[in-house]
Design a protein around this ligand. Structure first.
Ligand SMILES: [Zn+2]
Length: 433
């Protein structure tokens, strides 16, 4: 494979990526002086030989794939020729101007030493972004056997270390600090870079095709097998976030926000979290009335209580690796997971067979971004349901009951009795052709 022509790799060493022109004068005569790794962004260090501008430019990886920006090194001037949105460049510009020299603990695990590496930087300030970038690891592990994959991974995701990578660099950076400029991370990476003959960056695409990803290689937990949908006892897990709520109606949502602005956030949370719990319990009871053998789990970062014998209450205020795995086991035995749109749905849908998602109107543009879509045929339409943000518990229950009752017929008609093959029935992801 001609590695320099591979669009899924961005070269760092021995040849550095320089397929662009000077952001100030447009000259293609650009000097490359190395690559910086301050955290979520990876930046080339350049000088324009024509106009003398010293600048840093985003490598097209992670969320900068389409919108790399450049920053003047002397004055912090922003060059945003590709029209990046402010949420992309604002924090980077701010980080550049407020660089932190604070020490950062980094643990280096060498599992399979290699002189030719592909680095996947998963550092980010949003939980879902880290996870989605991490999903990229498998593609590089499977398709580049002559290279070692090195994952730069925030500590809270260390439990998802993908099987088969060459090295893992576990960084003690909290999510909220994911966008900061950490001089210590760059220093650590620079010390490593000299050890390799060839270094590339993985793209870290935001939405790799999940039907090709084997989540068990990350979690160590096998996902729900589709062929067991009807033979396994029905189980549904509700994901009950307290910071993004399922509201009964527009008035409730308005009141919650207004109370928050009036300094009554605590009271609003108490009222509307209770209301959400009532709607979840009503959904469970309605499902149970139609499918009596159905059992439930409820997960979320919250104190336990209120579900009695109705559900296995797995909520906690102290998250750790054991709890992450307990939740994953609940998803993996669930025909369905139910929850409000958000990155909190990524792991549940990676392990369960299907979902019902409450999709707020202002998130319509983000539909499916938070779903780890396991199925590539018409089962997608059957297994991934979206309801409006003020959906009634009865509507959620109707979807759940219909999915549990109609699965066999739908599958037979749409997959078995067709001219296509049945590649998804094993529950294993598709192989790369
Ligand atoms: Zn120039």
């Amino acid at each position: 494979m001609n590695i320099t022509a591979d669009r899924h790799l961005v070269p760092v060493k021995p040849v550095q990526y320089h397929a662009f022109v000077c952001p100030s004068c447009g000259s293609g005569d650009i000097a490359c002086n190395g690559v910086l790794f301050p955290g979520a962004h990876v930046l080339g260090d350049h000088r324009c030989n024509a106009c003398g501008l010293d600048f840093l430019r985003d490598l097209p990886v992670g969320f900068s794939v389409d919108h790399p920006i450049a920053i003047g090194k002397t004055d912090g001037q922003l060059f945003n020729q590709s029209g990046a949105e402010s949420w992309l460049y604002g924090p980077l510009l701010n980080a550049f101007k407020n660089r932190s020299d604070a020490p950062v603990k980094i643990e280096r695990k060498v599992l399979r030493p290699s002189k030719r590496v592909i680095i996947l930087d998963t550092i980010d300030f949003l939980y879902g972004h880290v996870l989605l970038k991490l999903y990229n690891a498998q593609h590089y592990i499977d398709n580049y056997p002559d290279h070692g994959v090195v994952v730069l991974l925030p500590r809270m995701f260390a439990w998802l270390e993908p099987k088969g990578c060459a090295e893992v660099w576990i960084v003690d950076v909290k999510l909220g600090q994911g966008q900061a400029w950490h001089t210590a991370i760059n220093t650590f990476v620079q010390e490593r870079l000299v050890e390799y003959d060839e270094v590339n960056m993985a793209r870290g695409y935001a939405h790799p095709d999940f039907t090709r990803i084997d989540i068990e290689r990350y979690t160590g937990i096998a996902p729900f097998k589709l062929q067991e949908f009807s033979t396994r006892s029905p189980h549904i897990t509700f994901v009950a976030r307290q910071d993004r709520l399922w509201f009964a109606n527009g008035l409730a949502k308005f009141c919650s926000r207004a109370m928050g602005r009036l300094g009554m956030k605590g009271l609003a949370k108490m009222l509307f979290v209770s209301a959400q719990d009532r709607m979840i319990r009503r959904s469970m009871r309605a499902i149970k009335a139609a499918v009596p053998q159905c059992t439930f789990s409820v997960v979320g970062l919250a104190p336990k209580g209120g579900y009695g014998s109705l559900a296995d209450d797995l909520r906690t205020t102290r998250m750790d690796e054991a709890m992450e795995r307990t939740w994953c086991h609940a998803y993996a035995k669930s025909q369905l997971v139910v929850g409000v749109h958000g990155s909190n749905m990524l792991l549940p849908t990676a392990l369960a067979a299907g979902c019902i998602e409450i999709l707020p109107y202002d998130r319509h543009g983000n539909i499916v971004q938070d779903i780890s879509v396991r199925w590539a045929d018409r089962m997608q339409l059957f297994l991934y349901r979206f309801v409006g943000e003020f959906a009634r518990p009865g509507e959620v229950a109707r979807h759940a009951i219909g999915m549990l009752r109609n699965f066999d017929l739908y599958y037979r008609n749409k997959v078995t009795n067709t001219f296509g093959s049945d590649p998804y029935w094993t529950g294993k992801p598709r192989r790369n052709e």
